[in-house]
Design a protein around this ligand. Structure first.
Ligand SMILES: NC(=O)c1ccc[n+]([C@@H]2O[C@H](COP(=O)([O-])OP(=O)(O)OC[C@H]3O[C@@H](n4cnc5c(N)ncnc54)[C@H](O)[C@@H]3O)[C@@H](O)[C@H]2O)c1
Length: 430
């Protein structure tokens, strides 16, 4: 039985059937060299050519450089706005329509459903809220942070999620990662911290270099500080600002201005897809407790029953945006077609004394106010003109100060009183 099976595959047809299987007439390939003979017999050459054609077709479709979807076309879509600007000021305000996939240069067949996104400074206040939204959307997120002002606690709820990675790294050192989008937030954002750090220029240069290498889209979080102590009110994106280049705040203001310049240079010179957001004062849960920013200062002071410190006469104005509104704006900017810059802020305007009143109403109506001499180069007025963001991004803030402040107070209360260590060190630092 066994031998029958073995032999069945090799059995020769009975002699009477041989006519049915009569071999094809032999072509005269015998004299050709071996490899050529192999190709010519049994139409192997034909199959080889068909295979090559199919492979070429596949790679032609998969390669972004030859794909119609990847062609970048720049169109001046807001010509009306541009023509209303002074000639020398026009360049940065060209909007672009980019018909390119939102992500980097990856063959279609290998593309994943979610995007791979780097958030530098993702363990900080704004960055951690952005990470929450990206993860909820289904993206794979890599946070790059040196924890200078950020905290692991801000992202700890994502540890263990396979779509989340945390890398301790200082962006002033180069880094290579395969990603589709880069949200570049890494930068100490408060006066007590930013004087010690060259992040803005060197860090931005490194992240732009990464964007160029891997074909990622790059978003810079710039600031309303680029307007300095503004002579125009409210500030629109066409205003060039009034910045003291040698003042105590200039490392931040001029650093961000340089970061914007580098971003536009990479856009024009290296065709990197870029986006620029100019962020106005933002507040919310997870803000650094004692970093000298006015909302966090007032809230922490009122909770600790300390007087609220008002610098100068308290009549200088600021606009306060709740963090979820900002995150929404950043994501719309990243996904949209326009380079910017775009003001992202809440146009509601408050004097410092009005803000102190809202804090008193929310936390402690008996909180005292203490006046101190003003700091150098403190801007007198700040209020964003967000017309462009409304029109081109379809974005505007939704959360008012009186709605947003209690959410921040709950978080601060927990952090100040829920952890005695935090309370002790915060009181000493103050
Ligand atoms: N919050 C605001 O009101 C506001 C206003 C204007 C602009 N911005 C900009 O938004 C971004 C985020 O601000 P934020 O309020 O979340 O500040 P934040 O200090 O809470 O966050 C900054 C994060 O960057 C990290 N970081 C700093 N230097 C770094 C470096 N060299 N390498 C790696 N990581 C580094 C910090 O550890 C921190 O996690 C900043 O670029 C800031 O300039 C914020």
């Amino acid at each position: 039985m066994g031998s029958e099976l073995i032999h069945r595959g090799f059995s020769v047809p009975p002699a009477e059937d041989v006519g049915l299987f009569s071999p094809k007439p032999q072509k005269n390939f015998a004299r050709l060299p071996g490899p050529l003979r192999y190709l010519l017999v049994e139409q192997r050459l034909f199959f080889l050519l068909v295979g090559m054609a199919l492979a070429s077709l596949f790679f032609a479709l998969a390669s972004p450089s030859s794909s119609a979807a990847s062609v970048v076309t720049r169109l001046p879509v807001d010509l009306a706005l541009r023509s209303s600007l002074p000639a020398a000021n026009g360049v940065g305000y060209w909007s672009t329509i980019e018909r390119r996939s939102v992500g980097g240069r990856m063959p279609l067949g290998l593309k994943r459903k979610g995007l791979r996104v780097v958030v530098t400074g993702g363990a900080g206040f704004v960055g951690s809220h952005l990470v929450d939204r990206l993860i909820a959307r289904g993206d794979s997120v890599i946070v790059v942070d040196n924890f200078f002002t950020g905290r692991k606690d801000n992202v700890i709820h994502h540890l263990g999620n396979p779509n989340f990675e945390l890398i301790r790294h200082d962006v002033v050192e180069p880094l290579l990662l395969e990603v589709d989008q880069i949200y570049h937030l890494a930068c100490p954002a408060s006066p007590v911290h930013y004087k010690f750090n060259p992040t803005n220029v060197v860090g931005t240069l490194n992240m732009l270099g990464l964007a160029k290498r891997v074909g990622a889209r790059f978003l810079l979080t710039s600031t309303s500080e680029v307007y300095g102590d503004p002579l125009q009110h409210p500030q629109s994106e066409t205003y060039w600002g009034n910045v003291n280049p040698i003042g105590v705040r200039s490392c931040y203001d001029e650093g961000k201005r340089t970061a914007e310049t580098l971003t536009m240079d990479y856009y024009r010179g290296a065709q990197v897809e870029v986006r620029i957001a100019r962020i106005f004062n933002t507040y919310g849960p997870r803000m650094c407790i004692d970093d000298g920013r006015v909302v966090s200062n007032f809230v922490a002071q009122a909770l600790r029953k300390e007087p609220l410190t008002v610098y100068g006469d308290g009549k200088q104005t600021r606009s306060f945006q709740y963090v979820s509104d900002l995150v929404e704006g950043l994501m719309k900017l990243m996904e949209g077609e326009h380079v910017g810059p775009f003001n992202l802020g809440n146009p509601g305007e408050f004097t410092m004394l009005e803000l102190a009143k809202v804090v008193q109403d929310t936390i402690d109506s008996n909180a005292k106010i203490e006046f101190r001499p003003n700091t150098a180069d403190d801007p007198h007025k700040r209020k964003p003109d967000i017309t462009r963001a409304k029109e081109l991004l379809g974005w505007e803030p939704k959360v008012s100060l009186r709605e947003g402040l209690p959410l921040m107070v709950t978080d601060f209360r927990k952090r100040i009183f829920g952890d005695q260590m935090t309370t002790a060190s915060a009181v000493t630092d103050n």
